[in-house]
Design a protein around this ligand. Structure first.
Ligand code: NAD
Length: 483
């Protein structure tokens, strides 16, 4: 049983814990009980954190890659040692089942370990010669840390989105001000304690809890932050970009999605149903990568809908701490009401509700919405075009591969896609035609630190993970010398 002090310090600045002026209630979405009060910050704390990061940057930016790799490995080891506690924190603050929370923590460990490897390799490549068409000059290129960076993360995979930004930022030699979501700060607070125990120099890593307006907005506008890396909603992403424009800051954005899963007529039907269920109901559908538009070849359509309905109705939903639980609660009342509002509007727009669509009868408390399937969804309805961020799948039949690709690409978003087919060559061709940053073929949504994360169109600006995630925190400098 996890217990928390009355008021948790929500600020870790310059190596010191302190309290902020705004008490934020953190809840357990499966029970609606208040877990803790976290003291959130205001703009003044952002200034202090940025100043501390600037002081630290002078030294930290000159450390060797292998030195920084040592710290990243120590963080990975610290997370590994605290794995069980972190899993429980994710489960109680997010409402996600223990097995999903475990996947999150393992991803964090893999990400810090991967960027430790990349940091190790930086020293050998720090000054690379650049061939020139003359021997009157020589040139070399350096990749240097871009400065103090602001990391702003959402609530759906809190520690994971943090790790995808924090590990490459530290590997690159940047100093960091991290703002967790005010909805789910508990795992990040624990992560900060782990980082503090790793002996990073003071000011290299700072954490400032607080609301978007009190902390996130001043970070986006801050003159001394060189870059903002943001994950969250499109509406806020646009505001961050607008504020960052005032000081011509670098911005990376990971935003929403409305991704498609294509079931071709030669697909293994049961595999397709499993992948649709995972792509729609993992994390209770609160995934930017949810494949919420399921496109099925007409000959398979009727049986697919039947089997998906059966699968959705068999999902065990409830207490995240029960070992058999497959799906947990939505993160809070706002999200719960938002998802139910989308469902209601979809029915009004003429869509057919096949299953779900409301709170399960056996769960009177907590923000639970049953796994939901819709068919006959009008192409111009919000249910089809907008991100719902809940356990809602819309299934539609198609008559040709070209139609399926056109339907999949007809979206303002382009984060991911999935293809299910027994013909590998054909599936690869379809993958090439899809406007998405990551396409899975006959695979669940596996994400490796080595492969990029981010999408086309309004889903993203830039890429995280892989070497691209590291480059996002580096500046390029050329030095040209007369010989
Ligand atoms: P959100 O945009 O409301 O909040 C995200 C973060 O921004 C939070 O820390 C919040 O406090 C902060 N914020 C809010 N207003 C701000 C402002 N004016 N200036 C600066 N910061 C501000 O998103 P959310 O509700 O926490 O998360 C859900 C959204 O995140 C979904 O829309 C989802 O698609 C998106 N998301 C995208 C990805 C991806 O990788 N593409 C991953 C996870 C979540």
């Amino acid at each position: 049983m996890l217990t928390f002090p009355q008021n948790l310090a929500g600020l870790y600045i310059d190596g010191q814990w302190s309290h902020g002026p705004q008490a934020l209630s953190v809840i357990n979405p499966a029970t609606e009980a208040v877990l803790a009060q976290v003291d959130g910050a205001d703009e003044g704390a952002v200034d202090l954190a940025v100043a501390a990061a600037h002081r630290a940057f002078r030294q930290w930016s000159t450390t060797s890659g292998s030195e920084r790799a040592g710290y990243l490995r120590a963080i990975a080891a610290g997370v590994t040692a605290q794995r069980e506690r972190l899993v429980q924190l994710q489960a109680c603050n997010n409402g996600k089942p223990l097995f999903e929370a475990g996947i999150d923590v393992d991803d964090v460990i893999a990400t810090f370990t991967y960027y430790a490897e990349l940091a190790d390799g930086l020293d050998a490549r720090l000054d690379s010669p650049v061939p020139l068409p003359t021997d009157e000059f020589s040139a070399r290129v350096r990749r240097e840390p871009c400065g103090v960076v602001g990391l702003i993360v959402p609530w759906n995979f809190p520690m994971v989105t943090t790790a995808w930004k924090l590990a490459p930022a530290l590997a690159a030699g940047c100093c960091v001000v991290l703002k967790p979501s005010e909805v789910t700060p508990l795992a990040e607070l624990e992560l900060a304690r782990i980082i503090a125990a790793c002996g990073l120099p003071q000011g290299v890593f700072n954490l400032v809890c607080g609301t978007g307006l009190a902390v996130g907005a001043p970070m986006a506008a801050h003159r001394r932050i060189a870059k903002i890396s943001f994950t969250g909603s499109n509406a806020v992403g646009v505001q961050v970009m607008q504020r960052a424009a005032e000081t011509v800051k670098g911005v990376s954005l990971e935003l929403g999605g409305k991704s498609a899963l294509l079931v071709l007529e030669d697909a293994d039907l049961q595999l397709a149903v499993e992948l649709a269920s995972g792509g729609g109901y993992f994390n209770a559908g609160q995934m930017c990568s949810a494949t919420s538009r399921v496109l099925v070849a007409r000959p398979l359509y009727a049986e697919f809908v039947q089997r998906l309905q059966a699968r959705a109705e068999a999902i065990v939903q409830g207490d995240p701490f029960e070992p058999g639980t497959e799906m947990g609660a939505l993160v809070n009342r706002v999200q719960y009401q938002r998802v139910l509002g989308h469902i209601e509007a979809g029915i009004e727009a003429g869509a057919t509700l096949v299953t779900g669509g409301s709170r399960p009868g056996n769960l009177p408390t907590g923000f639970f919405v049953a796994p939901t399937v819709f068919t006959d969804v009008p192409l111009d309805s919000a249910l089809w075009t907008e991100e719902i961020f809940g356990p809602v799948l819309c299934v539609r039949a198609f008559d040709s591969e070209a139609e399926a690709i056109a339907l999949a690409n007809d979206s303002d978003f382009g984060l991911v896609a999935s293809v299910v087919s027994a013909d590998a060559a054909r599936a690869e061709q379809v993958a090439n035609a899809l406007q998405a940053g990551l396409v899975w073929i006959n695979a669940p949504q596996v994400i490796f630190p080595q492969t990029a994360w981010g999408g086309y169109k309004q889903s993203s600006l830039g890429r995280e993970l892989g070497p691209w995630g590291l480059q996002a925190f580096q500046e390029i400098k050329h030095v040209v010398r007369a010989m």
